[in-house]
Write a protein that binds this ligand. Sequence first.
Ligand code: HDD
Length: 704
Amino acid sequence: MSKEMTMDYSEKNNRKKGSAPGTDSLLAAGGELHQIAGGEHSSLTTNQGVALSDNQNSLRANPRGPTLLEDFILREKITHFDHERIPERIVHARATGVHGFFELTASLKQYTTARILTEVGEKTPLFTRISTVAGGAGSVDTPRDVRGFAVKFYTKEGNWDLVGNNVPVFFIQDAIKFPDLIHAVKMEPDRGFPQAASAHDTFWDYISLTPESMHMVMWIMSDRTLPRSLRMIEGFGVHSFRLINDAGESTFVKFHWRPKLGLQSTIWDETVKIAGADPDFHRRDMFEAIAAGSFPEWEFAVQLFTQEEADTFPFDHLDPTKLIPEELVPLKVIGRMVLDRWPDNFFAETEQVAYCPGNIVPGIDFSNDPLLQGRLFSYIDTQLSRLGSPNFHQIPINAPKCPFGNHQRDGHMQMAPQAGRVAYEPNSLTASSPRENPAKGFHSAGVNENGVKGRVRAESFADHYSQARQFYLSQTAYEQAHIASALVFELSKVEHLHVREAMVGHLRHIDEDLAKRVAAGLALDKMPVAPPAAVPAREMKLSPALQIIGKMKNTLMGRAIGILIADGSDGAVITTLKKAAIDAGAAVKIVAPKVGGAKLADGSMLAADGQLAGTPSVMFDAVAVILSDEGAQALSKESAAIDFVRDAFGHLKAIAVDKGGRALLKTANVGHDAGVVDAGDKNAFITAAKTRQWDREKSVRTLA
Ligand code: HDD
């Protein structure tokens, strides 16, 4: 039972009295609730506090007679149940949320007054929600999709929400286009599918008519949208923001999250199979990591630049389809985020958390990015409809952890019994009531705005291809092949030939070779004409920081190894490999035909962590197959075992095998290369397991 629940009335009331005097603090409001959290043998009650004598039978006129309308217990229970669901988010409905903290390691005092960015060593609690975009709340974790990366910092100066993605650019330059973009990508309205997939006509039709999306298209077709784990993605604030110092001077800033475990993605065939094997793959991975005490961590970094520097960039930093290459403005690491506490209740926290890019604190300000400007309106409006009340900020997950108060009153679900006679400002009746604070309060950057009003797009936003080209050309050859193959896959799902052709036309502006590869993959009979381009792609300096492979870490930390065994397997080999993998930081799971385990060669039983049929090799980063001759013989007739090794090989993973394991590989017609190592050589296995066998790919599939 939580401490809160064991407090008696007087304790709670005392605590309330002790809270920030003279403010209308809503913090104490939660203390009025005496809801039972589920202690040992506590009585079930109705919502009115009436104890229940029977929770299994409704009130009947007689044992076999009709149920009575009088049954207030039944009615209350069913009514509440009927209202359990709230509208799911129109985008980013499916997500994983975790509590954690931010710790500042380098002060930005020179640039900002925001305390969270100036007090080195100070820890700020936060709640992070990582989401897919297109799928509904019940969709799978691993579609090809952007991941939302939203962080709510509960700072001492108010809540700051940094609502970003794992991709640093966006599809469109103006918020007015957002409803069209989302309608195009979500399930088609007449048929209700596809769910959580961009591989369909309406999405690509819209994109092919929206040249400004081409840079984002390169990112979403890359393996960035197929993350191995939510712990292995980057996060970006996307837009430029401003920092304001105590002299009122402002500096532009871009925010970045960099995962301590390095970047890692899956490959497409693997992702598709994970979706079937474990629709909750990412959520479970995060849950298990936190339960095991291996807390995911990200570096927080900024790119700082002045207006004068921005004037020299070969792009407009206010255009959200552009990024600032790290090679142009280096990242300065200023802090870290650690996620260390799973929510107590998914609905109360992960579902009800309400992020708004407009939640900002003194010392930070918005830029004129037109997408950001539109977002400032959209989120609060969404929360009003989703959570149903202007008091959604009082829900504990949304409430600031600093004192807060004003003269806003009433409304649906008002939780705070706001005391006193005065609900206005200025007033002369209550000296302790909250009032404006020019010294500490929020000030906007003093920016000169002039020009002609109109529905216009700045000319500096007209270059749609240069950074798309820069991104594509900066990738390794493997990654380029994955991008080309992803385009072929997606456009092959598009029924309208003219849409496929239009997309290939755009690709010609990005890179002629890419366009040719995709055209060949689609078996187009001739190269489509490229559409007119306001600004043809310019050559930009390559940016290796845009690769995934370049940002992978040579480590098994946070990774998983599966060891497939059967009756008769050699226990000593299993133990040695398991220990080596654990020592290297990996989680290890034993997989056997039966979950109870297998009888090893020495007669002992080894329990399994997963049954073979339900634990395919897509769950792991590398596998070992340790089998006796009889075990290999038995598994040669099991398609799950054949798939286990075939997929491990096809997904470019290291495989350790003993004699029996090798026999299974032979039966499965799996080849041999440097990534298939002898189970007796644990060091060779650990080395191979830390990476993917990229060179193998050409031997297992034809890429575009
Ligand atoms: Fe958005 C949710 C990120 C553009 C309107 N967005 C939402 C979430 C993330 C982002 C991470 C989920 C927050 C959560 O976990 O609850 N959105 C972005 C990024 C964008 C972006 C990085 C571009 C740089 N969004 C964008 C535009 C609009 C919206 C241009 C509307 C004009 N976004 C919404 C929304 C959502 C949302 C409809 C749905 C649920 C919610 O807000 O709370 O208001």
